[in-house]
Design a protein around this ligand. Structure first.
Ligand code: EPU
Length: 428
C-alpha cells in the first residue's frame, strides 16, 4: 500500500492549481449511460480509482467502456447482465447507483448491498422505498437486493416519492428510474447538491423531461422505452477538490492560490466560513483566488445537506481550525462516525475533544510531523493539509483512500510549492 510523505516546510502554498471534474457528478452520469444503447461520451473526467471501478462495473454489466482520462466512452455491448456483484460494490458504495437504471431499463436487477462504511452505517432504505413506490418488488437475499419491475419485470410506473431525508445517491437513483418510468414522477424532499442538478441536465439531454433538479422537489416525465438517447457532456468541476485546495491555501500565513476552473457559487457555505476565519476569497470567471494574510480566527461549523456546510469538507476545515486562535465547535450531522481524522490529528499535536457528534478544537500554534493513518477519503485529505502546515515530516499511510477522490494530488501540491512524495508499497 502506498503512503504519502509530506515534508512540511512551514511555508505557505503559492501558485495556480487546476481543478478536475467532479467525481460525484461523474459516478451517477456514468450509471445513466445504462438507460440508453448508443455510445455516450463523458469529458472532463478525473483520473481516479472510483472511475476505474465504475468502468469495471459497467463492463461487468455488459457495456464497452474506454477510459482514457479525461474522457470515458460507454457503448452497448452484445449482452447485458443486470447484476452488480459484491466484489465491485464493496470497493465503492456508489455502485448502488446502477440499481435504478438497471431495473428501469431491463425490468430487473440484482445489486449487492454495500455493507458498512468507515464513516457510518449508510443504509439504502430510501432508494428501495422510492423504487417500491414505482411498482418494483424488492427482496433482500444473501446480501443482495433483488428488484423486479411490476408484474414480474414490467415497466416502472411514475410515482410520488417522499424521501424521509435528503439523500444524494438516493435522489439520483430514483431520478434515473423515473427517466424511463411510465408517466410523471414527483420526488419530494430531494437532496439539492450541484451533482444532482448536473444529472438532471444529462437526463434532459437524453430525452427525459426533468424539472427542479437542484431544488427539493423534482418533477420527471419518463421517456418511452428505447427513446433515451446517448449524450456527449463535459462534467462540472469538483467542488470538494476545489474546497480542499481553498483550505490548503489557508493553512499557512501568506498562502496565495488561484484555483482554475472552479465554481465559487457551489462553495458558498465554505467560502463564508473561510471569510469568517479571516481568509480572503475573490473570484473572476472560473478562477477563485484564496489568500491568507494574518492569523486565523476560530469559527464554528455544523454540517448540513446542500446548500449547508458540506460534510465532505468537515475534516479539512477541522484541520484548519486546529491552527486558529481560540475554540471552534465542529458538529457533524450527516454521518455518525466522521471524526476518524481526530485521533490522527491529535498525534500531530492538535487539541481536539470529541463529544458525540461534536468536536471542540482549541487552536495550537503549530502541528508536528507524525506517522498517521488515512481512514477515509476526506479524513486523508485533512491529514495532508495538517502535514503541509507543520515544519516536519508527516507520513500518511493507506493513501489509497485519497486516490479515490483526488487526482494527482502530489503533483498538484508540488505545483504550489509543497514537498509531497509517494512512497510505493509502504507498510500499512
Ligand atoms: N441515508 C439513509 N437512508 C438512505 C440513504 C441515506 O438513512 O437510503 C442517510 C445516510 O446514512 C446519511 C444521510 O442519509 O446519514 C445522507 O447520506 P446520502 O445518501 O446523501 O449520502 P450518499 O449519497 O451515500 C453522497 C456522496 C458522499 C457525501 C454524501 C453527503 C456520492 C457518490 N457520495 O453519499 O461523498 O459525503 O453524499 O453529502 O455522491 C465523498 O465524496 O467523500 C463522499 C463520501
Amino acid at each position: 500500500m502506498d503512503a504519502l510523505r509530506v515534508r512540511g516546510t512551514g511555508k505557505p502554498l503559492v501558485g495556480k492549481v487546476r481543478i478536475s471534474g467532479a467525481k460525484n457528478a461523474a459516478l451517477p452520469i456514468l450509471c445513466a449511460t445504462l438507460l440508453s444503447d448508443g455510445a455516450s461520451r463523458l469529458r472532463n473526467v478525473p483520473r481516479l480509482r472510483d472511475m476505474e471501478t465504475t468502468s469495471a462495473l459497467l463492463r461487468f454489466l455488459g457495456r464497452e467502456v474506454t477510459f482514457d482520462a479525461p474522457e470515458i466512452q460507454v457503448a452497448a455491448g452484445s449482452q447485458v447482465r443486470p447484476e452488480a456483484p459484491y466484489e465491485l460494490v464493496k470497493q465503492m458504495r456508489a455502485s448502488v447507483l446502477v440499481l435504478g437504471p438497471l431495473v428501469a431499463r431491463f425490468g430487473r436487477a440484482k445489486v449487492s448491498l454495500p455493507g458498512g462504511c468507515a464513516i457510518g452505517a449508510r443504509p439504502i432504505d430510501q432508494h428501495l422505498k422510492g423504487l417500491e413506490a414505482m411498482g418494483c418488488s424488492i427482496k433482500l437475499e444473501r446480501g443482495y437486493v433483488l428488484a423486479e419491475g411490476p408484474g414480474g419485470g414490467g415497466r416502472l410506473r411514475g410515482a410520488e416519492v417522499y424521501f424521509d431525508l435528503p439523500t444524494v445517491t438516493g435522489t439520483e437513483n430514483i431520478m434515473m428510474a423515473a427517466a424511463l418510468a411510465k408517466g410523471r414522477s414527483t420526488l419530494v424532499n430531494c437532496a439539492r447538491e450541484p451533482e444532482i442538478e448536473e444529472l438532471g441536465r444529462i437526463l434532459n439531454k437524453m430525452g427525459a423531461e426533468v424539472n427542479g433538479a437542484g431544488t427539493d422537489v423534482i418533477h420527471i416525465v419518463g421517456a418511452e422505452p428505447g427513446k433515451l438517447a446517448p449524450f456527449d457532456h463535459a462534467i462540472i468541476p469538483d467542488r470538494i477538490e476545489a474546497g480542499t485546495y481553498m483550505v490548503a491555501a489557508a493553512m499557512v500565513d501568506g498562502g496565495d492560490v488561484v484555483l482554475e476552473g472552479a465554481e465559487l457559487g457551489d462553495l458558498e457555505a465554505l467560502s463564508q466560513k473561510l471569510r469568517a476565519a479571516g481568509v480572503e476569497i475573490t473570484s473572476e470567471a472560473q478562477n477563485i483566488r484564496v489568500r491568507r494574510r494574518g492569523p486565523l480566527r476560530s469559527v464554528n461549523i455544523t454540517t448540513a445537506p446542500h446548500p449547508g456546510f458540506p460534510t465532505d469538507m468537515q475534516a479539512q476545515f477541522l484541520a484548519l481550525m486546529c491552527l486558529a486562535r481560540g475554540e471552534s465547535v465542529i458538529s457533524e450531522t450527516i454521518f455518525e462516525n466522521r471524526f476518524m481524522h481526530v485521533p490522527e490529528l491529535q498525534r500531530m499535536g492538535a487539541s481536539v475533544a470529541l463529544r458525540g457528534n461534536t468536536a471542540v478544537v482549541q487552536g495550537v500554534s503549530k502541528l508536528y510531523g507524525a506517522s498517521v493513518m488515512a481512514t477515509d477519503l476526506r479524513a486523508s485529505a485533512s491529514l495532508v493539509l495538517a502535514g503541509l502546515a507543520s515544519d516536519e515530516e508527516t507520513e500518511i499511510r493507506r493513501v489509497y483512500h485519497l486516490d479515490r477522490g483526488y487526482e494527482r494530488i502530489e503533483e498538484k501540491l508540488a505545483g504550489l510549492g509543497a514537498h509531497v512524495e509517494r512512497v510505493k508499497g509502504a507498510e500499512a
